[in-house]
Design a protein around this ligand. Structure first.
Ligand code: G6P
Length: 765
């Protein structure tokens, strides 16, 4: 209210000031005009009377003068006429004046002596009535002047006209009065309008707004956006800021709830057995269906033999243990050159080959489909789109058409598999199959679909360059649950939906409703299969020592320290940056030359894409250059093992190394980091971990690095190698505890439970 009063008082003050100044000017102008008019009238009258009066004064005809004066005396507003002699004595006057001007008036004397007309105001009756006095000196006739009489002697008297001037005052007071009324009316209007405007535009909206904020604070708010009536108002910028704040609040609240939930759940650890039992209850005998592009087991020709390999990548690492427990069918693209040779008539086989636990159903793609869908749209389009690593996505119509077609192909295969299942659970994996959720739901609304996105989700600005941005989002929203690794990616996804799709977002529930179908957006940080605890640490350490010896022998290097990196050769992994940091480390800390060797287990990946081929060349050249610069007869700084490595081989390096470097420029999670920690039964080893990985949110005890900061990474290598055993051990223990608690069994348990307990809703395309 105070502000309203202040506003009203200031407005009234300004209006009053303006009114006074203008009234004053108006009054002054009117006064000047009225006086001038009165004077002009007096002059005209005086001159016309003067001509008749002169001869009568000269001849001293007092009777005639009196008659003349009386004749003129009753004109409008003329109070009276008087005629004086040269001494200022009254010769004749209208009767009403006779008494009032008995004394000689000083103005008359001045006019006669100075021989000039005078106009002045006086109050002869003493009653406050203003009288205008106009005096016209009466000069003698020409005879007198000719005789050369002095000036004063040339004036024989004066004619005085007395006009009533009180009307001027009345008029001026009238102006003041009118202006006062105008001012008061204006003041009233100002008060009323100000009160209304303040109420409509300020206090009203603020009241609504604060009510909305109060509800939000108390967690009762239905919406994270205020009433639409508020949005276009003057509060709009504030509202937009607070809306962002509200979103963050909802997100923080959701995170806190999630953490609390996880804490409660953490009270009992998830193990393979627990997941198995849990699935038995949740699935109630139903099968689980998993769909991904990449298959968990790939058959390739090895001379005349066929060997089975496990493709590199987090997806397979994470999901194979889950499928082993849950059984079910994993549908994937059969991309090995011997894949067709080992499947049955339905393109199926039981895997893992050594201990069959679930069914792998292979889908065959033509070369064109593989080019357009896998290499083109998935890996030259969506992959760089979602990873912010300054690699430009390429979008081609032809690739998009293939992408759609292959998604349909996967849909057909899945529909066939689930034809006899009632409300089956389907877990769709990753960016290759973004359209699958909707395609499946359109045909089978009873299916419960989760889509897990293994890679980051960018901000709406970055995503906005995709020409098929809406189609992809609509396809994804066919799912009942969409999972990302981190809350941050969930937020980005919801922001993207908010920007590009007509839909209802519930920031409290983190869900999107479109055409009557709701999709929950949730973080499910993926992990590795880790549950074991170490019984004999001594034996483990001994085993590690002999492994180190063996590995150094295998790579033909003699060194004191061993570092390891395990990656698909992909530009998101920050491999050149890592090598640059190693080079800088050796420059800065030359005492490690001949002492530290880094082994890169690099699996060639997506090699039909030029960017990947170029990267491979760059990496090889860098290794060559750095090795050439520092190598000795028995030592080299980097050993680049360019090949596909088995889990066992990779594990040996994890176990034997002093440090593991994960330097991704952007990574959804990165399971190498978790695998390294999980493998360290000796509770030793240091993990250098990029701050741009999802894993860095969980593994706080890693040495966190910015892969773009070579200097910092070089120092981090030094810090890690120089770290005291106790600290190394403490850090690894804490990280192992975190992974043990948040292992892949918990991930699967949570995701599948949420999905199984959902009530499915129809989708609208
Ligand atoms: C990432 C993706 C996975 C993919 C893996 C290997 O982890 O999220 O979907 O399987 O890379 O890539 P590739 O192209 O060989 O399947």
């Amino acid at each position: 209210m105070k502000i309203t009063i202040r506003l009203i008082v200031s407005l009234i003050f300004v209006v009053a000031l303006v009114a006074v100044i203008f009234s004053f000017q108006q009054v002054r102008a009117e006064k000047t005009r009225l006086i001038g008019e009165l004077e002009r009238r007096a002059i005209v009258l005086a001159e016309s009377i003067g001509e008749s009066v002169k001869p009568l004064v000269e001849s001293n005809s007092l009777d005639k003068l009196n008659r003349l004066v009386e004749r003129f005396g009753n004109r409008e507003r003329l109070e009276g006429v008087a005629i004086y002699d040269s001494q200022g004595n009254v010769l004749a006057s209208t009767p009403n004046l006779a008494l009032k001007i008995s004394k000689p008036l000083p103005q008359i004397i001045s006019s006669i002596t100075e021989n000039r007309p005078i106009h002045s105001f006086l109050n002869i009756a003493g009653n406050g009535k203003e009288i205008s006095l106009y005096i016209l000196p009466l000069p003698r006739t020409s005879e007198g002047e000719v005789q050369g009489l002095p000036q004063e002697e040339g004036v024989m008297g004066a004619l005085a006209l007395f006009h009533d001037a009180s009307y001027i005052d009345v008029r001026l007071k009238g102006i003041w009065k009118n202006n006062l009324i105008r001012f008061l009316t204006l003041t009233m209007l100002i008060v009323v309008i100000t009160l209304l405007v303040v109420r409509w535009s300020i206090t009203g909206p603020i009241a609504k707004f604060s009510e909305w904020m109060r509800e939000l604070r108390l967690g009762k708010g239905k919406s994270s956006q205020p009433d639409t009536s508020l949005r276009g108002d003057m509060l709009a910028p504030l509202i937009s800021e607070v809306t962002h704040l509200a979103k963050s609040l909802s997100m923080a609240r959701a995170r806190a709830e999630e953490e609390a939930r996880l804490r409660v759940q953490a009270e009992s650890l998830w193990t393979a057995n627990r997941l198995k039992e849990h699935m038995r209850v949740e699935l109630g005998g139903k099968k689980l269906f998993l769909v991904s592009n990449r298959e968990p087991y790939m058959h390739v020709k090895d001379g005349r033999n066929i060997k089975c390999i496990v493709p590199a990548g987090g997806l397979v690492t994470a999901l194979d243990p889950v499928m082993r427990i849950c059984d079910g069918v994993w549908i994937a693209n059969g991309s090995g050159d011997a894949d067709k040779e080992v499947v049955d008539a339905n393109d199926k086989l039981r895997v893992p080959p050594e201990e069959p636990a679930y069914t792998l159903k292979r889908i065959w793609l033509t070369k064109e489909e593989e080019n357009g869908y896998y290499y083109g749209f998935s890996n030259e389009g969506i992959w760089p789109l979602c990873h912010i690593t300054h690699t430009r996505p390429v979008f081609r119509l032809d690739d998009w058409l293939h992408y759609q077609k292959v998604n349909e192909k996967f849909t057909e295969a899945l529909l066939k598999e689930i034809a006899d299942e009632e409300s089956p659970l389907v877990l769709i994996q990753d960016y290759h199959l973004a359209l699958l959720p909707l395609l499946v739901k359109e045909k089978r609304p009873d299916v419960k679909v989760a889509l897990f996105w293994h890679i980051p989700w960018p901000n709406p600005e970055a995503y906005g360059i995709c020409p098929w941005q809406q189609e992809i989002l609509i396809g994804m929203l066919g799912a009942d649950i969409i999972g990302f690794h981190t809350q941050f990616h969930c937020n980005n996804f919801l922001d993207t939906i908010d920007r590009f799709l007509e839909s209802k977002i519930d920031w409290e529930q983190f869900s999107v409703e479109r055409g009557g179908h709701a999709t929950m957006i949730r973080p499910f940080p993926i992990s590795v299969a880790f549950e074991a605890s170490v019984s004999d640490r001594k034996a483990v350490i001994q085993e590690k020592e002999s492994l180190r010896e063996q590995l150094f022998k295998e790579i033909g290097v003699q060194a004191r320290y061993l570092g390891v990196g395990v990656d698909r050769i992909d530009y998101t992994k920050g491999i050149p940056e890592r090598f640059r940091a190693i080079e800088r480390f050796l420059e800065k800390y030359p005492e490690f030359v001949g002492e530290f060797t880094f082994v890169e287990l690099g699996a060639p990946s997506r090699t039909h894409i030029k960017k990947y081929r170029d990267l491979m060349t760059e990496v090889e050249e860098m290794v060559d250059k750095i090795n050439w610069r520092f190598r000795t007869k028995t030592w080299r700084p980097i050993v680049f093992l360019k090949a596909h490595h088995s889990h066992e081989e990779v594990n040996h390096f994890y176990k034997a190394s002093d440090i593991c470097m994960v330097t991704s420029l952007h990574d959804g999670m990165n399971l190498v980091a978790k695998e390294f920690v999980a493998s360290r039964e000796d509770e030793d080893g240091v993990l250098l971990l990029s701050q741009f990985t999802g894993a860095s949110r969980e593994l706080k005890d890693a040495v966190i690095v910015n892969p773009y900061d070579i200097e910092q990474m070089a120092d981090a290598i030094h810090l890690s190698l120089a770290m005291k055993p106790d600290e190394r051990s403490e850090r690894v223990k804490r990280m192992r505890a975190a992974i043990k608690e948040h292992n892949i069994y918990r991930w699967a348990g949570n995701l599948i439970t949420e999905l199984a307990r959902l009530r499915t809703t129809d989708v609208a395309s």
